[in-house]
Each structure stands twice: as structure tokens, then as C-alpha cells.
Design a protein around this ligand. Structure first.
Ligand code: 5GP
Ligand code: ZN
Length: 114
């Protein structure tokens, strides 16, 4: 996707602080962190929203989530607690239309979210 900012980050056309990468998944620091740990975990494949994922993406999305749990362990927030959030569509706050999970931790997180 030519105009997608996260595809460009995955291709390294836009710089970011990468914290994890494998064949299918990339994770990088959020530009505007909302917690001590705020990492975005994305599939390298362009999928605009969770609504657009299909059965073909089942293992890919599993890989993304498992990568996030490994990063949480590395960051030592797996026992203190973290949140994995995929804002989906504008009404939920999605501003970049390439699936991403926010990995948030390192502070106490209120519930329900706003
Ligand atoms: P959303 O609002 O779609 O749930 O989350 C998009 C996230 O991407 C936001 O938290 C925003 O700070 C982050 N973001 C937007 N542009 C960039 C960028 O160019 N680089 C990085 N590292 N994060 C970005
Ligand atoms: Zn994309």
C-alpha cells in the first residue's frame, strides 16, 4: 500500500524505533507514547482493519499477538500488567488504517477506557 504509513515503516522508508521483527511481524515504539511502554505490533502484510481480516490471516494474527506477549515479557510488564488494544474504525480511535495492536504497560491502566 503506497500511502500507508505503517507499510512504509515496515519497509524502512520511514524511520522508527524497531523493538522486534520476524518474517511476518514488526514492532516499534509509538511516536506519542501514552504509557512507559507503548509499542505498536503490526503484521507486515497490509490489512486495513480487523474487519478486513479473513480466515487466511488467522495464523498471522496469532503470530502478532504472540509477538506482543513476548515483548511484554522482555519489558517485564507481563506480571505487573499490560493492555493489548486494536482500535478498530474511527469511532474507536483508529487513525492509521493498517492493523496494529497497542502494547501498553508500565503504569496502572484505567477501566473502562474512554
Ligand atoms: P490508532 O490511533 O490508529 O489506534 O494508533 C495509531 C498510533 O500510531 C498512534 O498511537 C500514533 O501515535 C502512532 N503513530 C502515528 N504515526 C506514527 C509514526 O510515523 N511513527 C510511529 N512510531 N508511530 C506513529
Ligand atoms: Zn499498510
Amino acid at each position: 500500500m503506497d500511502q500507508c504509513i505503517f507499510c512504509k515503516i515496515a519497509e524502512r522508508a520511514i524511520p522508527s524505533k524497531v523493538v522486534f521483527e520476524n518474517e511476518h511481524v514488526l514492532a516499534f515504539e509509538d511516536l506519542h507514547p501514552q504509557a512507559l511502554t507503548h509499542i505498536l505490533v503490526i503484521p507486515k502484510k497490509h490489512i486495513a482493519t480487523l474487519n478486513d481480516a479473513t480466515a487466511e490471516d488467522q495464523s498471522l494474527l496469532g503470530e502478532v499477538i504472540l509477538a506482543a506477549t513476548e515483548i511484554a515479557k522482555d519489558r517485564r510488564i507481563s506480571t505487573s500488567g499490560y493492555r493489548l488494544v486494536a482500535n478498530t474504525m474511527a469511532g474507536a480511535g483508529q487513525s492509521v488504517f493498517h492493523i496494529h495492536f497497542h502494547l501498553l504497560g508500565g503504569r496502572s491502566l484505567a477501566w473502562p477506557p474512554g
